[in-house]
Design a protein around this ligand. Structure first.
Ligand SMILES: [Zn+2]
Ligand SMILES: [Zn+2]
Length: 307
């Protein structure tokens, strides 16, 4: 029996090592609140550095914010060939052109990952119009549509479109979209999130979380059965949520027993504090995201001066 258990343990260990990321650092380059360095804005961007992969997740809300914040924070964006655009709202896509111009050899933004139906919107808050996509293609970038959960680098996955199991409606109300001749509510159908599978558990990175943060996390749990979500980082758009929805969301996060939460961008300040209160998290592991804040899978959350 002892030998059998040993063999089973060995098999699991080997499998896990082959699939997981062992080093992970996520640096926030754009969000509402700035700290000691950089500038805050309405937008989101984060650099994901996982083992040998370096991937930019969203590119900020103004043309130069990510470029300038990265420079001030001493974060090198040279050589990045993978950029994820969580959805096509301008506060997540506006920096793309600047970044591409800064690295005209195509070293940045060679592969641009989006969800399907990314180019349906024709007016603000659209970020990149279908017509503009040709400009990026001409400069050496390629749009890749992620229509199902997919691995884009060792241990790094994108969710693809997330089923809207619960009516969370974490998106701007009153907007419409036309899909195949039918006009529907614009529930940001292209919204996708990133999952990094580390040897300590799953880390989920969201842009605005328009698909609903609980919808997203439960979908991730289904894709990785039996694996624990240790951290949630990004915007989860609870700005307009009523108290009952804050509490419903916070209780769902509590049930998932997430160890770290960085509520950035459109999460809302009060939402972060309410989630901290309900989940029993602390000011060390549940924080409002700031420009320059980092999450390291071994070291946890590192802030600047702002606490
Ligand atoms: Zn958005
Ligand atoms: Zn946003």
């Amino acid at each position: 029996m002892r030998k059998l258990l040993f063999l089973i343990g060995l098999t699991i260990t080997v499998t896990t090592q082959a699939q997981d990321v062992t080093k992970l650092k996520i640096t926030i380059l754009s969000t509402m609140v700035a700290d000691l360095k950089g500038t805050g804005e309405w937008g989101f961007s984060a650099l994901v550095e996982a083992d040998t992969s370096r991937i930019l997740f969203d590119v900020g809300g103004r043309p130069n914010t990510v470029r300038d914040n990265a420079k001030e924070l001493n974060v090198n964006l040279q050589g990045i060939r993978q950029v994820v655009l969580s959805h096509n709202h301008i506060d997540h896509t506006a920096g793309l052109s600047t970044l591409q111009k800064q690295f005209p050899d195509g070293a940045t933004a060679s592969l641009l990952y989006t969800g399907p139906n990314f180019f349906l919107r024709t007016a603000i808050p659209v970020g990149i119009l279908k017509a503009d996509s040709a400009t990026y293609a001409a400069a050496g970038s390629q749009f890749i549509t992620i229509d199902h959960p997919q691995k884009i680098a060792p241990g790094i996955y994108l969710t693809g479109p997330v089923p809207r199991q619960y009516p969370e409606k974490n998106y701007p109300p009153g907007k419409t979209l036309t899909i195949s001749g039918t006009t529907i509510e614009d529930n940001v159908p292209e919204d996708i999130s990133m999952v990094i599978r580390t040897n300590k558990g799953l880390v989920v990175l969201t842009g605005c979380g328009h698909a609903g943060v609980v919808n997203t996390l439960e979908y991730v749990s289904k894709q990785f059965p039996g694996e624990k979500i240790v951290a949630l980082i990004g915007g989860i758009h609870l700005l307009d949520a009523k108290t009952e929805q804050f509490d419903w969301t916070a209780n769902k996060l509590k049930a998932l027993n997430i160890q770290y939460f960085i509520g950035a961008h459109c999460t809302g300040l009060n939402s972060v504090y309410r989630i901290r209160e309900v989940t029993g998290m602390t000011k060390e592991n549940c924080l409002v995201g700031t420009v320059g804040m980092t999450f390291d899978i071994d070291l946890g959350i590192k802030t600047g001066w702002l606490k």
